[in-house]
Design a protein around this ligand. Sequence first.
Ligand code: FE2
Ligand code: FE2
Length: 275
Amino acid sequence: MGIQGPMKTRSGERVTQSEIHKVCEAGYNEVASAILRHAALKELEQFGEIISVRPLSHEDKAVFFGTIWAFFKDVPAGIVALAARVTDEWIREDMWNGTAKAAHILYASVDEYGLHQHSQHMLPTHHQMFKQLTTHLGLSDADLFNTHNILPEGTAMGNNTHRMYRSEFLGEALGFHLASEMTSSREFQYFLKGFQKYASEYGLADEDDPVLAFFAIHCEVEPMHVATGREVMISYLEKNPNIAPQAMRGAMAFMDGFEQMFAALNRHLGSSQSI
Ligand SMILES: [Fe+2]
Ligand SMILES: [Fe+2]
């Protein structure tokens, strides 16, 4: 059963639902602010600067897209796996609302899988948009899958994503997911701006060229994904406050890996810039 009405603490005082909600909101805020304070965001900002000072060469594009693909390829299935786990766990305690809770996670998959206008037709998935963009930029599968172009930090991020979304500790998976959504809402703005700035060098008709959909769509949907990630984490904390340290651990695992991936990209692109 979910938490209903006033509860008693160990000392016997009554605590209302809204007081519990406030404490859980504070727990969420702690994780969210640790994400925003993390040095990874500095690396991301630096990456944004690198792609804004010059267009990327073919080789740099191959390294950038090859590396982020090694990470991004694991995101959609990770989200679906997490939604299934939330459903399974919640349904045991609150049968009628398990799917409703998991819906907050699954919502992000609707975008990943191109389902948000399903009543009319299926849209391209995020992965298909990635492929359209990289094909336009002259990158073949051989470029993207060439191990010379994939920095090991990108592969590590993909492996972490696969593992953490399926972590035996649900709190870790939720923290990891939240950090993923919070960083997405920033990183795609840098990507989009950098590529829009050199539209003609990248063979784009203009800043709004539809082939940039992979970047543009994330700028649109990510704030909503952060909101749903927040929602489900607060609900989980209300149900089980003990997950707070797990959530922090999962969020920091994401941020550490993200920092390493962008630091490696910055080193690589920064050094090829000065040649
Ligand atoms: Fe996506
Ligand atoms: Fe997202």
